[in-house]
Design a protein around this ligand. Structure first.
Ligand SMILES: [Zn+2]
Length: 323
């Protein structure tokens, strides 16, 4: 017979729980205090290096929750660059509030690492004189294909009618590379060939050795393939040579060691590519492939069931026509 015995720590549980509640209440009070001082509701941000702040995302499906992707900002002597703005105007406002608690320097740049909604829908909160929006040269075209769908899903998620101009499209586009001077701090922005999407940018803050990888690097949250599996692997090869101490991934912890942190994404993409190629040689169909390919990766990732079958379909369509 199974007998449930409560261990010592279990008997202490009510006290532990009470202490936890008290600590949580203090944290909330501190955040509320800081927000009140700035006169706004603030996102909770983590300092990952001097002048580099990240609002960590959570492992949830886009449009089903708030704060899905990592977002953040870098503070220079003259001004601040925001890197991704969250999945709604409200998230953008909360990030803006977090900036105001850290510095009184103005925001001069908003950089979008790519056009996915969990990274860009907070842009509108920063639409004001003096703020320049930066994105990949292929950003607008890619967003154009899906804008109507994003707008409908965002309206549903936010429970309100959204204006047609809800999206803020970057006016300053990057086809290869760009340097942005924040005052005694230069950010190196690089536009990549098709990988996670057709319009991925990375941002390197040399001063702190921080690489913002956008969704070219996933940790914990399964990679999502919306571009090219082969292209993505090539871009990871190139990024591995970037001299940085840490990376801010698009999804996952606020930061991780570089270049080690790219390995899980690379492992997943290699598995999907190799197994899809082998599958295509057998001439079997896509639906079976989705149920059979890549399942050794399942225990390693959050949201596997939500995105893996779609990733296999995407790789299948790409690799079907390769030589
Ligand atoms: Zn993405």
């Amino acid at each position: 017979m199974f007998v449930l015995s409560i261990p010592a720590w279990g008997r202490r549980w009510p006290r532990v729980f009470a202490a936890f509640l008290a600590a949580a209440a203090t944290l909330v009070a501190v955040a509320a205090d800081a927000g009140a001082r700035a006169g706004c509701a603030s996102a909770s941000v983590t300092t990952v290096a001097p002048g580099v702040y990240v609002r960590p995302g959570q492992h949830r499906v886009v449009f089903e929750a708030a704060n899905v992707a990592n977002a953040g900002f870098v503070v220079g002597e003259d001004c601040v660059a925001v890197v991704d703005t969250g999945g709604s105007e409200i998230e953008g406002q909360q990030l803006d509030c977090a900036i105001r608690q850290v510095t009184d320097r103005p925001v001069c740049f908003v950089i979008n690492t790519h056009m996915h909604p969990d990274h860009i829908l907070g842009n509108r909160a920063f639409k004001r004189p003096g703020v320049e929006f930066v994105g990949h040269a292929k950003f607008a075209e890619a967003l154009g294909f899906v804008a109507a769908t994003y707008l409908a899903r965002a309206a549903e998620h936010e429970g309100r009618v959204l204006p047609d101009d809800y999206f803020v499209i970057p006016g300053r586009t990057v086809a290869t590379e760009l340097q942005l001077d924040l005052g005694e701090r230069v950010l190196h922005v690089t536009a990549h060939p098709t990988a996670h999407t057709t319009n991925d940018l990375t941002v390197l803050d040399e001063q702190s050795g921080t690489l913002w990888a956008g969704d070219l690097v996933f940790l914990e949250h399964i990679p999502v393939l919306n571009g090219s599996v082969s292209g993505w692997l090539q871009v990871l090869d190139m990024l591995a040579a970037v001299k940085a101490r840490r990376v801010v991934p698009g999804h996952g912890p606020a930061h991780a060691r570089w270049p080690e942190a790219q390995e899980p994404t690379r492992g997943y993409l290699n598995t999907v590519r190799d197994e899809v190629r082998a599958w295509l040689k057998t001439g079997n169909d896509l639906r079976d492939a989705q149920s059979n390919i890549g399942y050794s990766e399942k225990p390693k990732w959050h949201l596997f069931e939500d995105y893996h079958r779609r990733n296999v379909a995407s790789a299948f369509a790409e690799l079907e026509w390769e030589d």
